[in-house]
Design a protein around this ligand. Structure first.
Ligand SMILES: *[C@@H]1O[C@H](CO)[C@@H](O)[C@H](O)[C@H]1NC(C)=O
Ligand SMILES: *[C@@H]1O[C@H](CO)[C@@H](O)[C@H](O)[C@H]1NC(C)=O
Ligand SMILES: *[C@@H]1O[C@H](CO)[C@@H](O)[C@H](O)[C@H]1NC(C)=O
Ligand SMILES: *[C@@H]1O[C@H](CO)[C@@H](O)[C@H](O)[C@H]1NC(C)=O
Length: 250
């Protein structure tokens, strides 16, 4: 009898030790998300004059709000603010810093597990650095994928990106609820590994899905916004004030 108790106690101890020492699941990829301001503002009823892809965020593929006591402090990135306003703009509230605060609290505090991003300044700088390095806008233009009243094939957009980066992106669109004769280009995600080398985004897409939507696009007013584009539906890449922008999506 006594030996049973001892064995159970021992097993319990071993179990607790294993659970306790199990390494925290760390992220393996970073997702650099760009959004097309015209599409975003069509959806969110804002107005914008941006005519290039702006940053949405730099997101580790797993984890969110990894350190809620690490508060956002805009004065730590004061030197970056002009660049942030230009390339990582808050399209809804251009004068506020709440968008960056959200990105830092939700994603930055997780990215900060890596030394290369273990401060607010390093995290925001790294995102801007990767954004400039990719030059998504230039890549698309080089393949003549420019905002237009004519539709594109999704594969043309994909190929342009694969030809430049050597890895497939994840491309998200917004569809009209009723008509589906076209879908509107919304977000383009490009992925990196921990060494900031380009990697296939599709793999991380699957990881994302299997994690029960722990990481989602920024969600406003509780409505989900983007979905992976449908390869069989023409893609509309709306120009500034393009005629097909009406009717609004929602
Ligand atoms: C969209 O914005 C316009 C102008 O600010 C406003 O009149 C309209 O009510 C808004 N529509 C929605 C659905 O929020
Ligand atoms: C958009 O308009 C604002 C104010 O009118 C201006 O300061 C800014 O430079 C414009 N941005 C672009 C990308 O044209
Ligand atoms: C969370 O952030 C605070 C404030 O920067 C820091 O002191 C603390 O060490 C962090 N905790 C973890 C687990 O990284
Ligand atoms: C924000 O950072 C600045 C510069 O390091 C510091 O002086 C200030 O106290 C910080 N503010 C808060 C609320 O932590």
């Amino acid at each position: 009898m006594k030996s049973h108790v001892i064995i159970i106690l021992c097993l319990g101890f071993v179990f607790l030790t294993l659970v306790h020492s199990a390494p925290r699941k760390e992220w393996t990829k970073l997702i650099l998300t760009h959004h097309w301001p015209q599409t975003f503002c069509n959806m969110e009823n804002c107005t914008t004059n941006f005519t290039y892809w702006t940053l949405h965020g730099l997101w580790p593929n797993t984890g969110a709000e990894c350190n809620t006591s690490w508060h956002f402090n805009a004065s730590l990135i004061e030197d970056l603010l002009p660049e942030m306003k230009t390339f990582w703009a808050d399209l809804l509230r251009p004068k506020s810093t709440t968008f960056w605060k959200h990105e830092w609290m939700k994603h930055g505090t997780c990215a900060a597990q890596e030394e290369a991003m273990d401060s607010q300044h390093k995290y925001f700088s790294k995102a801007l650095e990767l954004y400039h390095k990719l030059d998504l806008d230039g890549v698309l233009k080089k393949s003549n994928i420019v905002p237009s009243e004519n539709y594109y094939k999704l594969t043309d957009v994909e190929e342009s990106i694969i030809n430049s980066y050597g890895v497939p992106p994840k491309i998200q669109c917004v569809s009209h609820k009723k008509a589906s004769e076209f879908q509107v280009l919304g977000q383009i995600e490009i992925c990196f590994d921990k060494q900031f080398q380009l990697v296939d985004c599709e793999k991380s897409t699957k990881e994302l899905q299997s994690r029960d939507g722990e990481i989602r696009p920024f969600i406003f007013n509780n409505h989900p916004v983007y979905a992976v584009c449908d390869v069989s539906v023409p893609v509309y890449y709306p120009p500034l004030g393009g005629s097909l922008q009406t009717p609004r999506f929602l």
